[in-house]
Design a protein. Structure first.
Lengths: 458, 458
């Protein structure tokens, strides 16, 4: 299948390759070295004999070996002649990173129309133009032209991202790395002259290393195909979308950005719902949704245990749960009685359970074992361990994550991002428990797990 | 004035003082040492002769020197007898940190009623019980019983915080430190047997080191007094409130937490509006509002310049501005013409101005000078510099903050929180430019500056 060549090429021609650090081909080639890409990298540039020690060819037609994919990052005015060389050389996959097309108005639009025609008439599949291209964490291949010293490469995982915006792609990469969310594939497709999100969703539906798909969308390529592809995909995988260009000024800005016609937002909203896609409102929610769906399973109901040693957070989380139709159901009396044998009378055992600042690590374990592991009453838990009291240590990470494992039910943690709590956040996430930096974000994440549970009828 | 003694005592008696690291008096005393508190610290405990090298007294009546303030952190069942000693010793200020009062039901409520009676009949002013007490960054005094190794102490500044919740207080401290927001005074007052937010607002209205007041509220102490005090205070200072206990389950949880009767949320909402208080919806917004009001001035209108090198962020910010009634007004044609002489044709000069990934530091300076410093058309600017392109360096911090200074108009920056961008965030904030980690939070912060500008009629 042609799409696969974008992610796992055996040989890549880099058009206009040079060692000049200001030129993005230089960063792309060095990134590939650094990532340990196993395929062959073939520089093409009439002005050089070698580039970074690799033999450099004057043109595509001079290359003897089979080229799976070309990467074009030269001025838009020369792109058509390079594409013509593809026809002669039989190269069927191409990523055009350069900008200067539909997004700049009439002149660029004419070139982009030409690109579309060449693609259509010759079966050349194109990602871009005006994009970053592709990152595949399994084949260690990338055309992202930002140095890995300035953007952190996320670890290997099961989340794939499709994005119309290059700048969002960069920021998402950084955030995913920081949040410890593992990534499979990442596609920034910009002006989308040919390959768009619908076809990529079809491809990712059958991709074993993708379990969650996140989409940043300004406009859809083909509404009907998108709904069909997403409806099928979301049966087994989770899909998250962030739609921008909703309001008038955003719609105008999207047109100047990737030449996208954003259209009526209400139509999009209905389509996402129909297709089983989780729609989010902003970048944090997008990352949070991808994170919780990557790390946890859907909840089989909406009865939420809220457990904390900080009463104020119990209040806030209860408020927010109520607003999101999550049921902070009262602790059943037999559980309360059983717990009261272990605790002083000033611990609050009614849900939210507030162990107060006088509790310690083990108390969290006692509650979780009795109320959550040994009892089926609660469907999921939001735990807010505040670390500052002297009685709280990093052992609470093992205690909470072990209970979560034993329960077989979803658990999310909320800790507030001070210097000290950062360490426990990383430890929780290494054990697969997602941590969110505020009550609002933890509750929103939990509501997504509950909604997905309903959708999957578990 | 008696309230002042809570913040700037010359002598503090610590009831039940011990060197036992599990006892919170031990942390309080060591924190005071570490902060360099200039007043005298007087341990009171019949079981010790000295505590951390300080002479320890068997009871309050044995102390010869005048005591400005006592700190009580012993079991709730002994608090009344200690308060009785205050009457004899003439001590007029007391912070009761201990829990075990109205928040645990009938038995504790009876003790708390007794505390209120003693306070009222003898003119003893009380903060607490069930609280952290006080932090004053100017007198270097604190009763917060979390070790500064586990919670970071914020720097000295002009924000004062009033909080009913102890756990929120801790988390806010951590977040304020992390965000580089300077703090003046911090009061966690818990069950509020005596001193509450209304009286503290009256006090802070005349406090020169307080310019912004943030309030975390479960319930109000005295509605009428609160509105009068806030209306007066908000004329010259900014006030921000986060109200929790809005929904039914949150109201219940608040009652178990600090014994607060939260009441109808709609009434609160109207009161905040009437009093000129900025109401926010969650913890992030609270911190963001405090931050932007501490660092920037109100805007004199709603015409916002949006400047970025990442088109996707321009689209998102435009969307969000529109939803918040901020006007991303088109760049006037004479400014566009003037800019177009400096830039290649694929730079998008219509607001949002998208310099694309091909721009560098200086280009941000060129736009800001022409469109923002030399021209009065725009009232404020949101700048989103993406750092990953090779052409972007840390010099952009000086360029943007210098233009902001010269313009005399508010500027906020949005950068996404990767490892690399963290450094520029700190640099921006050292220069007084607040940085927000997402378009939504940057736009919300700007909308607060615009609203405050309207309220102050500038």
């Amino acid at each position: 299948m042609y799409i696969d060549k974008f992610f796992n090429p055996q040989s890549v021609a880099i058009i206009g390759a040079t060692e000049d650090p200001q030129n993005i081909t230089s960063t792309i080639i060095q990134n590939l070295f650094q990532m340990g890409f196993k395929g062959s990298v073939v520089p093409v540039n009439p002005h050089h004999d070698t580039v970074f020690g690799l033999k450099c060819y004057p043109s595509l037609s001079d290359i003897k070996e089979q080229i799976d994919l070309s990467v074009i990052a030269i001025s838009s005015s020369h792109v058509i002649e390079i594409l013509d060389q593809h026809i002669e050389s039989g190269i069927k996959n191409c990523i055009i990173i350069s900008g200067g097309f539909a997004e700049i108005g009439d002149k660029g639009e004419a070139i982009e129309e030409n690109i579309k025609r060449i693609s259509r008439e010759n079966g050349i599949r194109i990602i871009g133009p005006n994009c970053l291209g592709v990152l595949d964490n399994y084949s260690d291949f990338s055309t992202f032209f930002l140095p890995w010293s300035k953007v952190k490469r996320p670890s290997k995982g099961y989340l794939s991202i499709l994005s119309q915006s290059g700048s969002y792609s960069i920021s998402m990469l950084d955030m995913l790395s920081l949040e410890g969310i593992g990534v499979s594939k990442f596609v920034s497709y910009g002006n989308r002259a040919d390959v768009g999100e619908s076809e990529l969703i079809e491809y990712l539906t059958d991709d074993e290393s993708t379990k969650v798909i996140g989409i940043y969308m300004e406009s859809v390529d083909d509404g009907r195909r998108f709904i069909t592809a997403s409806s099928r995909c979301s049966r087994d995988k989770h899909m998250v979308v962030l739609k921008v260009g909703r309001e008038d000024s955003g719609v105008d800005a999207a047109r100047s950005h990737t030449g996208a016609i954003a259209g009526k937002y209400e139509v999009y909203k209905a389509a996402f719902k129909k297709s089983g896609i989780v729609e989010v409102d902003n970048l944090e929610e997008f990352i949070d949704a991808c994170k919780v769906l990557s790390m946890q399973k859907p909840a089989r109901g909406n009865r939420i245990l809220v457990l904390t040693n900080g009463g104020g957070f119990g209040v806030a989380v209860s408020d927010l749960c109520c607003a999101k139709d999550l049921d902070v159901a009262s602790t059943p009396s037999q559980i309360k009685e059983s717990l009261s044998n272990h605790f002083p009378e000033f611990f609050i055992l009614n849900n939210p359970i507030d162990l107060t600042g006088s509790s310690g690590d083990e108390d969290f374990g006692t509650v979780l074992q009795t109320a959550f592991v040994d009892n089926d009453y609660f469907d999921a838990a939001i735990v807010i361990p505040l670390m500052p009291p002297q009685t709280m240590t990093e052992r609470v990470v093992d205690i909470i994550s072990q209970s979560a494992d034993e329960s077989g039910k979803p658990v999310v943690v909320c800790t507030i991002s001070g210097e000290y709590t950062k360490k426990t956040k990383e430890q929780f996430e290494l054990k697969g428990i997602p941590v969110f930096p505020s009550p609002a974000r933890a509750v929103k994440a939990m509501s997504i797990l509950v909604d997905r549970g309903k959708a999957h009828g578990i």
